[in-house]
Design a protein around this ligand. Structure first.
Ligand SMILES: Nc1ncnc2c1ncn2[C@@H]1O[C@H](COP(=O)(O)OP(=O)(O)OP(=O)(O)O)[C@@H](O)[C@H]1O
Ligand SMILES: [Mg+2]
Length: 304
């Protein structure tokens, strides 16, 4: 994520077209907004459009505008979003969903910096920075002939790939605590922290819906909990269920050594073998983790 933030800072100063790729809920729109906010265009408008949400003809007239009489119901001239974003940034969300016909028109905008309204004969110059986002593999769509190669190259002058949350588990405690503070403040509830065992569950979950899913899980937990500190049972069953299985070993007959060994390895696994994070989840210093590893003969690496 540091690389992503550095990229954001670097490209913000330019007007290069940026393609933001990443799974659903990874924060693509947030990144597009951050680029705009850090750019010299920050005081101009940021116009977002979800290309997947509109049928072709509507998308076209939304993006490029139309002239009076261009089609039934076009009662007056209408400005398109590109014109509305003049001087600012236009965010094309779900750009993989754009039809071949609109792809051709987008290419024109990127090449000539011109838009022509639907039904119009005159093209107008525009000055717009374009940021596009997709959760699809655009280069694969190009290979399948479903997305124009020339448009792909124009859009991906700079590509930012946002990693899924399960590949940056060390962000989970930071994000979870941030959401906790935000939702607690917004709902006026005094929920102040996440118990280490609940945090370990959050860190161990794979989050197919990424940051958005984590955000909703914390929001739900804050709303439903009867505690001042979030417990495992406050978390969605999908999240808390996974660990119930993980801790299923009956502990009563185990020696302390076995319990410690089992627990440390299980937390390490949940932490994706990140020792700093594992120590944080265990509530101990990283040096203590190494000491325990040595003392109990636990290998702290990913083997076995
Ligand atoms: N680093 C972050 N810090 C705080 N909140 C974040 C972060 N990343 C994402 N979020 C939050 O997660 C949610 C999803 O982010 P966003 O809408 O930008 O994702 P997206 O990649 O555009 O998702 P989709 O592909 O489903 O449109 C938003 O509520 C956003 O505020
Ligand atoms: Mg989005």
């Amino acid at each position: 994520m540091r690389e992503v933030y550095e990229m954001v800072a670097r490209v913000a100063a330019t007007r290069s077209t940026v393609l933001v790729q990443g799974e659903t809920g990874t924060g693509k729109e947030l990144i597009a907004r951050a680029i705009h906010a850090a750019s010299p265009r920050a005081d101009r408008s940021f116009v977002a459009i979800d290309c997947g949400a509109l049928v072709d003809s509507l998308l076209e007239s939304e993006l490029f505008g139309h002239v009076k009489g261009a089609f039934t119901g076009a009662m007056a001239d209408k400005r398109g979003l590109f014109e509305a974003a003049h001087g600012g940034t236009c965010f094309l969300d779900e750009v993989a969903e754009v039809s071949p016909c609109v792809q051709a028109k987008l290419l024109r905008v990127l090449q000539e910096h011109e838009v022509r309204p639907v039904g119009g004969t005159q093209s107008g110059k525009i000055d717009v920075r374009i940021i596009a986002a997709t959760n699809k593999d655009l280069s694969a769509l190009v290979a399948q002939g479903r997305f124009r190669e020339d448009l792909f190259y124009r859009l991906s002058v700079v590509t930012i790939s946002v990693p899924p949350l399960r590949e940056r588990r060390e962000d989970i405690p930071l994000l979870a605590n941030y959401f906790l503070r935000r939702f607690a403040a917004a709902s006026g509830r005094t929920v102040t922290a996440i118990r280490p065992d609940a945090l370990a569950l959050l860190v161990g979950h794979d989050w197919p819906g990424n940051v958005r899913e984590l955000e909703h899980a914390v929001e739900r937990a804050v709303a439903l909990t009867a505690n001042a500190v979030l417990h495992p049972e406050d978390l969605p069953p999908k999240v808390s269920g996974a660990a119930a299985r993980d801790c299923a070993t009956p502990h009563s007959r185990l020696s302390l050594r076995e319990v410690v060994t089992h627990h440390i390895r299980s937390v390490l696994r949940q932490a994706g073998w990140n020792k700093k994070l594992a120590a944080q989840l265990l509530g101990i210093h990283r040096r203590t983790l190494y000491r325990l590893g040595k003392r109990y003969g636990i290998s702290l690496g990913e083997r076995d």
